[in-house]
Design a protein. Structure first.
Length: 463
């Protein structure tokens, strides 16, 4: 397969426009407060290691596999602390949950969450994934021919139901799925992701936080927390214990280790982490996938050929996942172009050195899948949608170059779960439907916490 810059045969999708050359860090910060990817220029898709300073706060961007490996694997203990920006953005909704914690608390909570996402449970989870995706397809069947849907909302509600049924052992009602999806969407719009206090390294500036924005942020967070509280209440009131329910694991004492059950607040915080990570990232990936397939008829046709030859009219199961290499490649290429969490940041606990750069304690270290996945030194035709890069006959990219699920000790617990879910859902829906972008709609990049195709993705359902 030709991966070179012959874009006549490859779809080149939308990309955040950061200009050709870097601008002063202060002006970059102003752009980042609206879209955290906007400050990065074309020049930075070719750089390997670069730093900058905004008033008192120093930053270092690790943009090559060897520097990512040093930060996230070899020197993990010094770089495990979340950056102030990430803590500010996540704590209102997650509290001290896994994504916002570090040190011993993080290790304790990760150990608590791991059993509900172990690979041995996938055979139990897959039928529920398939059932939920089929419900969505059947719902589309009942709509008048040529109807349009908001694909971002459709995928979010579907994955919210899947994470509820599988990891939580709960039938999340439609209205609760909608409430949680809408609540997190509003939360991302309101939360202070790039506050001047954090970015300048001047905590006293937090005193000048906009009170209305803070109130809206907390209200949106409560909408999500309320759904999780109801799920916890239902699990507490259930006489049926589920072996894979995360809530049950949190609330029951571990007789073998003697560990006490989590408090309601701690259980809710970790449940929100799993709920949001389990549906938001996969929903965004699938929404981006539909956009990419609409722009790439060649890829769409090859996907359909594989689904027809392997599945015919039947539904897929877990045993079919290895038989769908092109479907998997479409998902993996989508994750390359649009990594769900495009910026990962840490704060150095003590002075250290990465590459030829000496760093001080408190320096914020940034690893950007957004830059790494399109790096001009490591990928052929990096901005083009070419799933063939990920077919079995191609060499796998370095795990510190392609990291949609992060890498090292903090790698996503739900990696296999999310990848399997994405493949199955795409297969089931694409067996019958080839959605098209709504007339006149311009897909744009929106990124506050996660990477989304704008606030909505209107698509016309075509068979």
């Amino acid at each position: 397969m030709n991966f070179t810059n012959d874009n006549a045969s490859h779809f080149v999708p939308v990309k955040a426009n950061g200009g050709l050359l870097p601008v002063h860090p202060f002006f970059s910060l102003l752009k980042a407060r609206k879209n955290i990817l906007a400050p990065f220029s074309e020049a930075e898709f070719s750089r390997k290691l670069f730093g900058f300073k905004i008033l008192r706060q120093k930053y270092l961007v690790c943009n090559a596999p060897e520097h990512v490996r040093a930060t996230f694997i070899e020197k993990h203990e010094n770089f495990d602390k979340k950056s102030p920006q990430q803590r500010t953005a996540l704590e209102p909704i997650l509290g001290d949950g896994l994504f916002a914690s570090d040190g011993e608390l993080w290790k304790e909570r990760r150990d608590a969450c791991a059993p509900a996402l172990k690979s041995e449970l996938l055979p139990l989870f897959v039928p529920l994934m398939v059932e939920t995706a089929l419900e969505v397809r059947n719902g589309w069947d009942r709509l008048p021919p040529g109807s349009s849907v908001d694909m971002l909302q459709e995928m979010a509600k579907m994955t919210a139901r899947i994470i509820g049924r599988t990891v939580f052992g709960d039938e999340v009602p439609e209205e609760e799925a909608t409430q949680s999806v809408t609540g997190f969407h509003e939360y991302q719009k309101c939360v202070e992701q790039m506050s001047f206090a954090d970015c300048f390294g001047i905590p006293a500036l937090k005193l000048f936080t906009n009170p209305l924005k803070l109130w809206n942020t907390r209200r949106a967070a409560r909408d999500v927390q309320d759904v999780i509280d109801r799920i916890i209440a239902r699990r507490r009131g259930s006489d049926i214990s589920s072996p894979h329910s995360l809530i049950d694991l949190f609330l029951q004492q571990d007789a073998a280790s003697g560990k006490c059950p989590m408090s309601n607040r701690a259980a809710r915080n970790e449940a929100i982490v799993m709920y949001m990570a389990g549906h938001e990232t996969t929903a965004n990936t699938l929404a981006w996938c539909w956009y990419l397939l609409d722009g790439a008829p060649r890829v769409r046709d090859l996907l359909k050929v594989e689904l027809d030859s392997v599945l015919g009219d039947r539904l897929p199961g877990l045993d079919d996942v290895p038989k769908l290499p092109y479907t998997r490649a479409v998902i993996e290429e989508t994750l390359r172009l649009y990594p769900p969490v495009p910026i990962l940041s840490r704060q150095a606990r003590s002075g250290d050195k990465i590459g030829n750069q000496s760093i001080e304690a408190g320096t914020i270290i940034m690893v950007l899948p957004w830059l790494l996945h399109r790096h001009k030194l490591y990928w052929e035709n990096p901005d083009a949608f070419i799933p063939e890069r990920f077919l079995p006959d191609q060499p796998r990219p370095d795990k510190c170059l392609y990291l949609p699920f992060s890498v090292g000790p903090r790698v996503c617990l739900g990696l296999r779960f999310g990848l399997t879910e994405s493949i199955l859902c795409l297969a089931i829906l694409a067996q019958k439907y080839s959605p098209k972008i709504g007339d006149g709609h311009k897909v744009d990049i929106s990124c506050r916490l996660t990477l989304r195709p704008g606030d909505s993705l209107p698509m016309r359902l075509e068979v």
